[in-house]
Design a binder for this molecule. Structure first.
Ligand SMILES: [Cu+2]
Length: 115
């Protein structure tokens, strides 16, 4: 969380390219986040997604190991089975800032900012 925040500040100060792990997609419509877990690394890492309240968010996961995807705030937890693609969709109907994490390989995939 702290590292991601520092990253974001750095990106804002330098306007672009300051942090290779942070991307800043913005969408008012549906958002799809493609997540890959391979050899203990999670991609994306520390991404930011700004969406409007009511947007549909789809998370697609492929992984070479068992893991758990957790969407904070929405309290969605999904088991990831090694080698089996996982896809789930939810409506971003609560405003705020929510982390999407993996819990076996501990990583923050993205922060979802719902406005
Ligand atoms: Cu979590």
């Amino acid at each position: 969380m702290r590292r991601a925040f520092v990253c974001l500040v750095a990106a804002l100060l330098l306007l672009a390219g300051a942090c290779s792990t942070t991307t800043t997609p913005t969408a008012s419509g549906p958002v799809t986040i493609a997540v890959t877990i391979a050899k203990g690394k999670v991609s994306p890492s520390g991404a930011k997604y700004d969406v409007s309240k009511g947007s549909t968010v789809t998370i697609n996961v492929t992984s070479d190991s068992a893991d758990i995807i957790h969407v904070h705030g929405y309290e969605i937890e999904k088991d990831v089975v090694a080698g089996t693609p996982l896809s789930f969709t939810f409506t971003a109907d609560q405003t705020g800032s929510f982390e999407i994490e993996t819990h076996v390989v501990e990583a923050t995939i993205a922060t979802l900012n719902v406005r």
